[in-house]
Ligand binder design. Structure first.
Ligand code: APR
Length: 256
């Protein structure tokens, strides 16, 4: 099936009719919440060296690495980024029993803040730290990053953010739950990802039965060979266009 561009009517109809929709999201869904992407013109990797997320570099230079990690992934949190219309649409679709779960590559916690319940954080989360020695995990508390590198309160070991570094394996539970969700999906909604980072980028291909709607202002690796409808737009603009149509298709079901 050739990719159809910007057919919001059909996309909204597919969403309203879906019984097992799954969303797969990347950094692009959080751009309009003020969180930069990794790639692209002003992406993080054009300003910072990705080596700070290389596990070998991190262990060799924990303080230097943590100083950059705090600047990239924690300092922006002081602005308290809020979920945007795209996060909220997906949360509402879960409440309406259309979306069964979200597989996100993001570590910003915005899907949960929007009210989504079944969120698989494929790359982990910045909201927790983990001890590299005893593996104990701590929810991030104010002040924990005042002194770098943060050390485990239990064993004194070096702590890292509880998200995946380059060279680190994906949690087997996250992988398995993502595959299971996709295998059952009748609709896959891909939002804001280049599809360039393995193994996350392979997950959408597990959704063999699903029709695919992709939202991205730029084509990605999925657009030509996986997406059935490509909504070439920013996430919040496309979300509002879809919400407008969904309100007309299923007002009672939708407004519940
Ligand atoms: N709305 C939707 N998509 C957008 C928007 C927007 N407003 N702005 C940019 N995008 C798209 C870009 O076109 C691009 O396709 O978001 C995508 C961002 O791509 P990446 O920065 O590569 O983000 P992502 O695909 O999530 O990266 C995957 O790479 O560095 C690792 O662990 C990191 O999880 C991350 C992984």
């Amino acid at each position: 099936m050739a990719t159809i561009f910007n057919d919001y009517d059909t996309a909204a109809k597919w969403i309203a009719e879906a019984k097992q929709a799954v969303a797969f999201t990347g950094a692009g869904i959080s751009v309009e919440s003020g969180i930069p992407t990794f790639r692209g013109p002003d992406g993080l990797w054009s300003r910072y060296d990705p080596q700070v997320l290389d596990l070998g570099y991190f262990y060799a230079h924990p303080k230097d690495s943590w100083e950059v990690i705090r600047e990239i992934f924690y300092d922006y949190m002081e602005k308290k980024p809020m979920p945007n219309a795209a996060h909220i649409l997906l949360a509402q679709l879960e409440k309406d029993e259309i979306v069964k779960g979200i597989i996100t590559q993001n570590i910003d916690g915005l899907h949960q803040k929007a009210g989504s319940r079944n969120v698989i954080q494929f790359h982990g989360t910045a909201q927790r730290l983990v001890c590299t020695q005893c593996r104990k995990k701590y929810d991030l508390r104010p002040g924990m990053l005042d002194t770098l590198p943060p050390l485990c309160e239990s064993c004194g070991g070096l702590m890292k953010p509880d998200f995946i570094f380059f060279g680190e394996g994906i949690g087997p539970e996250e992988y398995q739950k993502s595959e299971e969700l996709c295998k059952e999906a009748d609709l896959l909604i891909i939002v804001g990802t280049t599809g360039e980072v393995m193994p996350a980028s392979m997950i959408p291909y597990e959704a063999r039965k699903a029709k695919v709607i992709e939202i991205n202002p730029e084509p990605s690796r999925y657009t030509a060979d996986k997406s059935d409808i490509f909504l070439q737009e920013k996430a919040t603009v496309a979300a509002k266009e879809l919400i407008r149509r969904l309100d007309n298709i299923t007002p009672f079901h939708w407004m519940k």
